[in-house]
Unconditional design. Structure first.
Length: 294
């Protein structure tokens, strides 16, 4: 499936901002099942300094600095991405979760250490007793790991309500666990925290999911949004992505921007600015299948 993705962010200020420094994760990365053939990042006002690099996890990061007074900032990323469905895997045929958890810290190879780092606490996800208690019913003795993760994500989807007003980007998993309401970031952080309490490797995926309009209705501009889900290391099956917000094993409807330990590693836009008075931010995202666009 091929997509055109447009992610537009606009900041407005009540007073001039003389200088700002920003970094963004908006360029889709290439993976075994995804190829980004085109990407453009338009910035207004035009930055004085602009650069691109790969971060520690191999994601694209764009940095820019604006050093002239401005009362608004417009950042628009446009990409063309092709996503192929991952090969079909029977979740019940994955190894027992205890075997995977036991193997991870013993693999001292470069690849093994790259997996191990995702078992550790991160700035926004720390394993706790409450998370261990919540995950336990899904991870019964000798249960296949992928099957257990699928059960966990289904439980989270069923027991928690999507509510964009309930939490903030700083809400910890324990608070979300008590509230039972939040956004995709919270769903992903809870899943990751639960899995790490068991010694399993789980990483945070930032990207988009293609949503279809109601039958007979046109697609609304800006109706989509950034999305987040979780990827879990399943031993010989490798990394498998699960979407607890939508109760799904990820397929070709999901577009990956990048991954990290948690949201802080792959925040779409972050930065600092001087002055500006009161400020507001508006975000619009469109994920459009190429054939629909045609």
């Amino acid at each position: 499936m091929r997509y055109t993705i447009r992610h537009a962010t606009f900041y407005s200020y009540t007073e001039p901002v003389p200088v700002c420094h920003n970094q963004v994760h908006l360029a889709p990365r290439t993976t075994a099942s995804q190829t980004c053939s085109e990407h453009e990042l338009a910035i207004d006002p035009v930055p004085s300094i602009r650069a691109r690099r790969h971060d520690y996890f191999g994601n694209f990061v764009d940095y820019f600095s604006i050093q002239e007074a401005h009362e608004g900032l417009d950042v628009t990323a446009t990409s063309t991405v092709e996503v192929t469905p991952p090969k079909a895997r029977k979740l019940s045929e994955s190894p027992a979760w205890e075997d995977v958890a036991g193997y991870i810290p013993r693999d001292l190879s470069t690849d093994g250490l790259a997996v191990y780092q995702f078992t550790l606490p991160s700035p926004r996800v720390a394993p706790t007793a409450a998370l261990r208690e919540y995950v336990s019913p899904s991870f019964t003795k000798r249960r296949p790991i992928a099957e257990a993760v699928r059960d966990l994500t289904a439980r989270i989807h069923a027991e928690f309500t999507f509510d964009p007003k309930a939490t903030t980007v700083h809400t910890p998993p324990e608070e979300f666990l008590a509230l039972k309401r939040g956004v995709c970031q919270d769903f992903a952080h809870l899943s990751i925290g639960c899995l790490r309490t068991l010694g399993l490797a789980a990483r945070y995926i930032s990207g988009y999911v293609c949503t279809a309009p109601p039958p007979g209705m046109p697609r609304l501009q800006g109706a989509d949004a950034s999305h987040a889900w979780v990827s879990v290391y399943c031993g010989p099956l490798g990394w498998i992505d699960f979407d607890p917000t939508n109760d799904a094993v990820v397929s070709d409807s999901h577009i990956t921007i990048g991954w990290g330990r948690d949201y802080a590693d792959v925040c779409p836009i972050q930065g600092v600015f001087v002055g500006g008075g009161e400020h507001s931010m508006n975000v619009g995202v469109d994920v459009i299948p190429i054939q629909e666009k045609a």
